[in-house]
Design a protein around this ligand. Sequence first.
Ligand code: AMP
Ligand code: MG
Length: 408
Amino acid sequence: MNARPPLRPLDAALADLLGRAAPLEGTETVSTFEADGRVLAADLVSALQVPPQDNSAMDGYAVRRAEIADEGVPLPVSQRIPAGSAAQPLQPGTAARIFTGAPVPAGADAIVMQEDTEAAGDGVVRILRVPDAGQWIRRSGEDVARGAVVLQKGERLAPSGCGLAASIGLEQLAVARRPRVALFSTGDELVMPGTVPPEQMRPGAIYNSNRFFLRQLLARCGCQVTDLGIVPDRLDATVAALRQAADGHDLILTSGGVSVGEEDHIKPALQQLGTLDLWNIAMKPGKPFAHGRIGTAHFIGLPGNPVSSFVTFLLLVRPFLLHLQGATRLQPAAVPLPAHFDWKRPDKRREFLRVRRNGHGGLDLYPNQSSGVLTSTVWADGLVDNPAGQAIAQGDTVRFLPLAELLA
Ligand code: AMP
Ligand code: MG
C-alpha cells in the first residue's frame, strides 16, 4: 500500500517550488523586435531625453505669448519648421509655421493650433485666439529623462516595453536565456490526433490533448521545448525517456502517471534516476503534483486530467518558469468582482472555478467544473480563486484571476 502524502496549501507548495530553483545562469542578446515575452537581464537606462527637444504637439504656429495681447493679431511668418528639421530662433514680432513633432524655436513659448488662425495676406497669419503660455508644447524629457531607468532587470517585456526600449535607441536587449524544457505525456490510452480517425478509436482510447496546450503554454512562457511525445505506461520506458530528457534540459515536464497507482511509473522511475517529492496540493482542480531532480535538470510532474494539468501549469509551472528567467512579477493580481452565481457545495480544498465576465459587471460560472472537462477552460476568461470551504452566494465578491494574464 502506498500512503497518500498529506494535503499541502498551494502557497506553501509554490514557495517551496520556487525556493528549489535559482534563476538560470546566462543571458542572451536579442533584437528588440524579438524581445516580446522575454525577461530583461539588466536595467534599461536612457542615454537621452525623450522627447529630445521641446516640440510641437500640433500643426500650427509657434509664437511669443507676450506679443499676442488680443485676438486677431497679425504676424508675419518668418520660418517654416517641419518635423525632423532644425529651427532658427524666432524673430521678434513674427510667428513660425510649425508641424507636429517639429522642434520649438528658441524664443517661442506657445503653439497656436492652425484651426485658431487664418491667413491674413501674403506670408501673414492672424492669431484668432490668445494662447496660454506653454500651450501645445511637449517638453524635452517629459516621457523619459536622461539617466532614468525605463525598465528594470526582471521585467518581462511586452510590445509596449519593446517600443519604449526602441525610443531610447536600443536595437538589442540583454534578456535571460530561454529555459530548455523536455515535455512528454504518459498514458497507454493516449492517441495522437491525426494517427487514428475518431470513428476508429479503440475502446478506452482518448486523444492526447495535454501535449498540445502544454507545448504551447511552454512556448508562451519563453521556453525552448523538446517534445518527446507519448511514453507508454511501463517503468523501463519511463526510465529511458527521463534519462534522455535529463540531458541538456533545465526542466522535464510530464503529464499523467504521477499518482501512486500501479500504472503510475513516474515516481519509481525518478527514484531510480534522481529524487522526487510527490505533493498532494490542496487545490481543485489539481492535487497530484511532483517536483524532483535528475542531475541538474528539474522535474515537474503534472496531473493527467486535462483541466488539472492546465490549471496547475498556470499556477505553479508558469511562475516557476518565470522565476528561472529572473522575472520579478510571477503572478497576476486577483481582481475583486461580484459572483453572479451560487456555489453551494465548496470543496475542502481551495478551488479555481472556471468563470466568465458577463455584460453586467459580474461573473458567470461554467456549469460543469469537472477536472476532465476542457470545454470549461475555453469558455472561461478567468478563474475564481475560492478559499477552501467557502460557499459563494450571488453578489458575493470573489477573487478573479484573468486568464489573459495567466496565458501571457
Ligand atoms: P493519470 O494521472 O495518468 O492517472 O491520468 C488521469 C486522467 O487524465 C485519465 O483519465 C487520463 O486518461 C487523462 N489523461 C492523462 N494524460 C492525458 C493527456 N495527455 N491528454 C488527455 N487526457 C489525459
Ligand atoms: Mg495515466
